[in-house]
Write a protein that binds this ligand. Structure first.
Ligand code: GAL
Length: 645
């Protein structure tokens, strides 16, 4: 169940066999290679040097490792860029993002598609049937370094083509985008401009379509690579390594074409980047916040339809956050076991050995820079290997009782027109998730429009555009549903629905939103009734039809309403209100909960209950069952596994 990311091209060839042997000793069975190696196997067009890669795969395979080969399209060599100047992406300010790091291509470039097809095909023809190659990773982290949206001429041309197929006539486009506003009508698709670099804000409907267009391009680009791999590499699986806190393309759509999802987990780096309070930043600086990695373990398990890998796991300090502390002793082991507890098939560390040169020389590895010597993270990986051997195969994960609907379009819409500076989609999703986990409940994430039957509680923190399919799924849900602010507030074309928000959900919720107010830091409004706390950042004025009012703002307006199983929360809740609302919903749904201390989290894998301690104090286990790992008193940065039932 363990893997590692390895770069044979960075180390002398006579180190490879020793590296492979030590990987096996550590209990590692998978090794991912090759995703950045294009310039080393095709230094000039058509001139190939496969010898080193052949030998690397042979050496790794001979040691008993299974090889995961990456397609190299995220780092096109300089000659590819020189041959295809139109592949260079542009930022929103219209500046080219040139050669010298990675991801220097736009998904809109037909020329880059041609180059990608060519190299993926050549690579797959050579290694597709290789006995040591068991699976593929397409590209590397689509969108890393903000590279989904690109704003160049190549993008404009492709966007116009996309609009032409979608809207057929300029008049349809004008109607959909509401172009009568500010005389923005076009008479020809050639008059459409990129939605950037105007005097002030550009049309939100145009921006939303621009985002959809790019997101679709990512999915079709990935599909193109998958088709080539499948044609040449029978019996091998395909994945793509996705990221944390990254919403610029629809990951559900990319998930459709791969065999399972994988993701790159850097809990301490993500914690540093997340908008926590200063106190919380300090509190979790060296352990990572206890819900940060679990959030994405759950999301990618669900995008992978029940199967996922952690393709890259932080083995020590990273190099890319504002501060990069060494994780506390024990945390690399905890991060690994968290992922396994959440259902990961394999956890693979990034990277085998710390690099001595290049951009990432300050990023830890399982081995010290340039040495055959374990780092602290490496020693913890060894420990996990031994523990895994003792525990034997893990049972599968069951469906969770709580579902959270995760809508990528919601992230685009709330960024295109935030209306309140701190209406932050990732934070909203994270806060709702965290609050459920503090009650000891497992969570699944669900795609908008997917079947919700069987979940006792469905949470929709926000979802401005509710499609017909999503509305159908909500109306068929057989558990309780709680919708958060702005849900149903926009049509497909980013307009206010004719019946006012929540648009198509008005039928289920029996209320409508008359007015919204965003509140700067320092403003708040108390909420009282069946739940208690305060609204911060955002509140709405509801016109309640037949819905039941469960709680009111201090001015008497409705804050939380219910119509049958459907509930609407008309604000961004502060921590107290959110805890109280979620508690009310779980009680109404009949879900047994436990109030966990801030540093303790649990997660089930069938009858195995994993209990993790991210805190600084020992915790006495209150759960029954037989202990299979650890002890009844869980020390700081330690964990215990209990077998129940
Ligand atoms: C990931 C990326 C890796 C490496 C790593 C450093 O985002 O896939 O190639 O850059 O971050 O933490």
């Amino acid at each position: 169940m363990l893997g590692v990311c390895y770069y044979p091209e960075h180390w002398p060839e006579d180190w490879w066999a020793q590296d492979a042997r030590r990987m096996r000793e550590a209990g590692i069975s998978y090794v991912r290679i090759g995703e950045f190696a294009w310039s080393r196997y095709e230094p000039r067009r058509g001139e190939f040097d496969w010898g080193w890669l052949d030998r690397a795969i042979d050496v790794l395979g001979a040691a008993g490792l299974k090889v995961v080969l990456g397609t190299p399209t995220c780092t096109p060599p300089k000659w590819v860029v020189d041959d295809n100047p139109d592949m260079i992406p542009y930022d929103e300010q219209g500046r080219p993002r040139g050669f010298g790091s990675r991801r220097h291509y736009t998904f809109s470039s037909e020329n880059y598609w041609r180059e990608s097809r060519r190299i993926v095909e050549i690579l797959c023809q050579r290694y597709g049937a290789h006995p040591h190659v068991v699976g593929w990773q397409t590209d590397n982290e689509y969108g890393c370094h903000d590279t989904i949206l690109s704003w160049g001429l190549t993008d404009l041309k492709a966007f116009r083509r996309w609009l032409r197929t979608r809207y057929q006539s300029p008049n349809e486009l004008n109607a959909a985008w509401g172009n009568a506003f500010w005389s923005m009508d076009v008479q020809d698709f050639e008059q459409v401009s990129l939605p950037n670099l105007a005097v002030t804000e550009t049309n939100p409907a145009a921006k939303l379509d621009f985002w959809r267009f790019h997101s679709e391009q990512v999915a079709t680009y990935n599909r193109m690579q998958c088709e080539i791999i499948r044609a040449h590499s029978p019996g091998r699986w395909i994945t793509h390594n996705m990221m944390g806190f990254f919403n610029d393309f629809d990951h559900w759509a990319v998930g459709d074409d791969i065999d399972f999802a994988s993701w790159d987990s850097y809990p301490v780096g993500f914690t540093e980047r997340f908008p926590f309070s200063e106190d919380d930043h300090v509190r979790w600086a060296e352990t990572g916040h206890p819900d940060i990695a679990p959030f994405f373990n759950d999301l990618y398990r669900c995008i992978g339809r029940g199967r996922y890998w952690v393709m890259e796991l932080q083995p020590g300090p990273v190099n890319w956050a504002a501060w990069n502390p060494v994780p506390k002793p024990g945390m690399i082991r905890i991060f690994t076991w968290e992922a396994l507890a959440h259902g990961a098939d394999v956890v693979s560390y990034f990277r085998w050995r710390q690099a001595v040169s290049g951009q990432e020389q300050m990023h830890a590895g399982l081995n010290l820079p340039g040495l055959h010597e374990w780092s602290q993270g490496g020693r913890e990986a060894l420990q996990v290997g031994q523990e895994l051997q003792k525990l034997g195969p893990l049972p599968p994960s069951a469906r969770a009782p709580v579902a959270i609907v995760y809508d990528y379009e919601a992230s685009w819409i709330t960024r295109i027109q935030p209306q309140g500076k701190d209406f932050d989609f990732p934070e909203l999703m994270f806060r709702w998730y965290e609050t459920v986990r503090r009650l000891g409940l497992d969570v699944d994430f669900v795609r908008p429009g997917a079947d919700l039957r069987g979940y006792k509680l469905v949470l929709v923190p926000t979802m401005p555009h509710v499609s017909d399919a999503a509305e159908r799924a909500f109306s068929q849900a057989d558990g309780l549903v709680l919708y958060g602010p702005r849900t149903g507030s926009k049509t497909r074309h980013h307009a206010i629905p004719p019946n006012l928000p929540p648009g198509p959900l008005a039928r289920l919720l029996k209320a409508r939103v008359l007015e919204v107010s965003s509140m700067r830091p320092g403003l708040s409004c108390a909420v009282d009734g069946e739940v208690e706390g305060a609204a911060i950042r955002w509140r709405e004025s509801l016109d309640v039809n037949d819905a039941h009012v469960l709680a009111r703002f201090s001015d008497g307006k409705s804050a939380l309403v219910a119509a049958g199983r459907h509930h609407y929360l008309a604000c961004w809740p502060d921590a107290d209100l959110l805890a109280s609302v979620i508690k009310l919903m779980t009680t109404k749904a009949g879900l047994p909960t436990v109030e966990l201390p801030e540093g303790i989290r649990i997660r089930r894998r069938s009858n195995l209950l994993f209990v993790f301690n991210y805190g600084d104090h020992p915790w006495q286990l209150p759960f029954s069952g037989s202990i299979v790992v650890g002890s009844p008193t869980i020390g700081p940065q330690d964990f215990t596994v209990v077998k129940q039932g």
